[in-house]
Design a protein around this ligand. Sequence first.
Ligand code: FAD
Length: 283
Amino acid sequence: MFPNRFDYHRPKTMQDAIALLVKYKDDAKLLAGGQSLVSMLKLRLANPTCLVDLAGLAGLSYIREEGNKIAIGAMTTYAEIKDSKLLQAKCPLLPKAAAVVGDVQVRNRGTIGGSIAHADPAGDVPAAILALDAEITATGPKGDRWLQAADFFEGMYATGLAVDEILTEIRVPVQGSARSAYMKAARRPSDFAIVGMAAYIKLAADMTCESIAIAVTGVTDKPYRASAAEAKLKGTKLDAASIEAASPLVTENIDLVGNMHGSADFRRHLAGVYLGRVIAAAQ
Ligand SMILES: Cc1cc2nc3c(=O)[nH]c(=O)nc-3n(C[C@H](O)[C@H](O)[C@H](O)COP(=O)(O)OP(=O)(O)OC[C@H]3O[C@@H](n4cnc5c(N)ncnc54)[C@H](O)[C@@H]3O)c2cc1C
């Protein structure tokens, strides 16, 4: 399988990369780890006339603490996130999600920026990003702008990025005493999620739930926060009765997908089950 013909550019500066996006608009595609894009090119699901390889840009791969946030460059790979001692100590939810993406090859090449910009409806890291209320930096011809994760995912493979913008950085909070977990149900360990769920929980001194974020992936056209379930669980002891009451709310008002990997009803059931599991794993 061969892609359609395209011009290949490997700019050395952000300015040059953005100039190419401005010039080619929808006809340009950014290449990061290539773990989604290369297949799309070969299958001719993407047919850019201009491919802009981000590998030539220095300074887009880093993980560093800045105040009460951790800043991660868009070209940082899943493997680097999974193995980062800083993230493991200060924001473990992200390494937990990165650890279950695909297989070793995918994790060695795939990037956090590519994962979020691609917005696969079953992507693992997007769910963690949502649960963490991360901030996303988009760099375009007018400079930087910041998007909240909650506003970023607009639909299947659709995000709040403009055609002339590059996702350059993700900022996640230092978790402190917050507990977290990411779990997914998949046919095989390296597969996309049939249901994936991230939990980010803060407990009060009396061990009641002060705040909880539950982000779900794999069940509809985009990852989402299960707000009704979160509201039901807030203030409870996160005991079995509270979780049972909240479980049906995880997929309330969600248009669930059904395909060869699992029907809509199966996904609804699994999502309810995974609420209990992910909360238990986070305790
Ligand atoms: C065998 C296999 C198994 C996989 N399993 C999983 C899985 O279990 N869970 C999971 O979540 N994912 C899985 N993936 C997908 C993987 O996570 C991809 O790496 C990811 O979706 C894209 O990241 P990338 O860096 O490879 O981006 P690319 O493939 O290079 O790009 C993907 C898209 O994002 C755009 N893009 C990339 N970087 C930027 C940027 N900085 N700014 C703006 N746009 C950008 C590109 O233009 C393109 O449209 C799997 C992939 C494969 C091949």
